[in-house]
Design a protein. Structure first.
Length: 607
């Protein structure tokens, strides 16, 4: 079945009219989804299974590789066009040891998989330590550093065939026995996080006691979107445990996973989470809905039985659940701990059953679909239009892929392949990944697509389908080939989270993008991270967008951006914003990109 293209011209208009599912937003809106009332079936031999059917739901994996079937004859996707890529021409990567200033260094860069000779070694971005230099013919980097600090830079080389390769390198000049500045900053944020933001085995923003905010106790806040934000912290803690491999960091992830499972039990529906939960003794006014504490102004539910002292905000949305999936899927795969894998995996499988058995919808305990709970890739505007939605298609594919990866259940494999090949979700991903829309871009929507594409990409093993996903991810979310004045997709955002998600799930390498990502980590403010006002429009060194004077033309560094519940799901181009209000953020905006960079190896433990 081909996606419906007849209303494609309406997309920019529809996009600008859509309401918001993120409650802590200040300037943007989220699109609603369809009502999911289509009759979706899954092929299983000569039979079919509706999403709410029971057939094969408990079957073990049949041992087939994922996505291994050939698309039907009506598909535009032809496997025969694709061959494995040859080994890439690259510069061998390494992290030089930290050394004191005044001590000579001598390294020689090496290249492989190209056509010798390798010449024209140059530094194309950043600067090595003063007192050192790079020999253009031999690739020898030598000299005696004269200044202390963390230095990182991009090295580029040419081969005999005229091809070029680049790689990111860095070195810390200073005391090898002392913590590096990036690690020390991570330690500072970790301490603040554990002392003030991690409660009930869950993550909360807080309002600290402050003479100007009227609070006399630390108060939990941002509760309309806590699930979305908490998932970023679970992922950060998972990468931390992967990098450190110590009992303390693993214990923190176990606590996170237990918190998510408690939340699931509190809702009373397997696979369902709300927007946040609190205990009756927590410092939050459950009745003061007009103050935005549990925004919007309804859907506050109370736990039953032994959970009657707990309250939770329902009417969750696909962006909230995407946050939870982001963190729990990372915990399952990256943390070497049986309890983490068992509990994280159980929730993720329950979620996939929930959405598939409810016609690709998130459904509250009363049986009603939540306002932004439709993830049917063929629906738009809560079912009022049969118009494809590439982001919804991406989300359901990612959640099914994760569930099959964990459980091996044939149900999820069949559902996944049915959507890809029979319902042609690849075309929907390609033609209707609407989240970048020039000056109408809502950057939190781009973030939701990235976090789901990340897990989908890293788990897809079928070579042909993986090649398709790489191209789709690159062309719809990452690469920018248009005029950068109105169009500034992923590579231009210098977003350290999106950059890592794209590069390390697709296997791509972009040394300059990594350089910008590391630059954002390096200049990130010290802990604690509190809301503040920024006025970049008053800085003459910043180039203002000539078409839109409230935005910069180029991405701003992280120390010039206002904090948010998740800073990296906002625009890096907005010049001014934020408010001094005493609100303190969790710090996971630093912990996630830092520990992910450690996990993937482009930040050294010595830095």
């Amino acid at each position: 079945m081909k996606p419906n293209l007849r209303l494609r011209w309406l997309l920019p208009v529809l996009f600008l009219l859509l309401p918001c599912a993120c409650s802590d937003s200040t300037d943007d809106t989220n699109p609603p989804d369809g009502d999911g009332e289509t009759d979706v079936s899954v092929p299983d031999g000569d039979d079919e299974m509706t999403p709410d059917g029971d057939k094969d739901s408990d079957d073990a994996s049949d041992g087939d590789s994922d996505g291994g079937e050939t698309p039907d004859g009506d598909s535009d996707w032809d496997r025969a066009e694709f061959e494995p890529d040859p080994p890439a021409f690259l510069i061998t990567h390494f992290h030089p040891d930290t050394q004191p200033a005044g001590e000579a260094l001598d390294y020689t860069f090496a290249a492989e998989n190209g056509t010798p000779p390798y010449t024209n070694w140059t530094i194309t971005k950043g600067n090595p330590p003063p007192g050192t230099s790079l020999n253009a013919e031999t690739g020898q980097w030598s000299g005696t550093p004269t200044e202390e600090g963390l230095f990182f830079f991009v090295v580029t080389v040419s081969d005999g065939a005229g091809e070029h390769a680049s790689e990111l390198f860095g070195i810390r000049i200073g005391d090898p026995g002392a913590d590096g500045p990036l690690f020390a900053k991570a330690q500072g944020f970790q301490q603040v996080y554990e002392e003030r933001h991690f409660r009930n085995n869950f993550t909360y923003d807080i309002v600290e006691p402050h003479e100007n905010n009227g609070y006399d106790v630390t108060t939990l806040t941002t509760l309309g979107d806590a699930t979305f934000a908490a998932g970023q912290c679970t992922m950060a803690m998972s990468f931390r445990a992967s990098a450190l491999e110590d009992e303390e960091s693993k214990s923190m992830v176990r606590n996170h996973v237990d918190g998510w499972r408690f939340f699931e039990r509190l809702t009373g529906v397997p696979g369902l989470l709300g927007r946040s939960f609190v205990h009756k003794d927590d410092a939050v006014d459950l009745s003061d809905l007009n103050a935005g504490i549990l925004w919007p102004d309804s859907e506050i539910r109370r736990g039953e039985g032994e959970l009657s002292d707990w309250y939770w905000r329902s009417d969750t949305s696909r962006d909230q659940i995407s946050g939870a999936v982001l963190g729990l899927a990372a915990a399952y795969d990256f943390v070497d701990d049986d309890h983490v894998r068992e509990e994280a995996g159980a929730y993720l499988v329950n979620l996939a059953h929930h959405v598939w058995d409810n016609d690709m919808r998130i459904v509250d305990p009363d049986g009603e679909m939540t306002k932004y709970g439709d993830i049917n890739g063929e629906k738009w505007l809560e079912g009022s239009l049969d118009f494809p939605n590439g982001q919804s298609a991406l989300i359901i594919l990612a959640w099914l892929k994760i569930a099959h990866h964990i459980s091996g259940e044939r149900k999820f494999k069949d559902a996944y392949e049915y959507l890809v090949y029979e319902r042609d979700y690849l075309s929907i991903l390609r033609d209707h990944q609407w989240v970048y829309s020039g000056y109408g871009t809502k950057y939190y929507n781009t973030y939701i697509s990235y976090e789901n594409f990340y897990h989908l990409m890293r788990l897809e093993e079928d070579p042909w389908l993986r090649r398709e996903y790489v191209a789709l991810f690159r062309d719809t979310l990452w690469l920018n080939t248009d005029d950068i004045t109105p169009n500034r997709k992923g590579v231009l955002e210098h977003n350290p989270v999106k950059t890592a998600w794209y590069l390390y799930s697709t296997g791509q390498r972009d040394a300059e993008a990594l350089y910008h990502a590391l630059s954002q980590i390096a200049v990130f403010p010290e802990a604690p991270l509190r809301d503040r006002q920024v006025m970049n429009s008053e800085d003459p060194s910043i180039t203002i967008n000539p078409d839109k004077t409230d935005e910069s033309l180029h991405a701003l560094p992280s120390d010039r951006l206002p904090p948010d519940m998740v800073m990296w799901h906002r625009s890096t181009f907005k010049l001014d914003g934020g408010v001094e209000n005493g609100r303190e953020r969790s710090g996971c905006d630093y912990l996630l990109p830092y520990w992910m960079a450690r996990h993937y190896g482009y930040v050294s433990e010595q830095w």
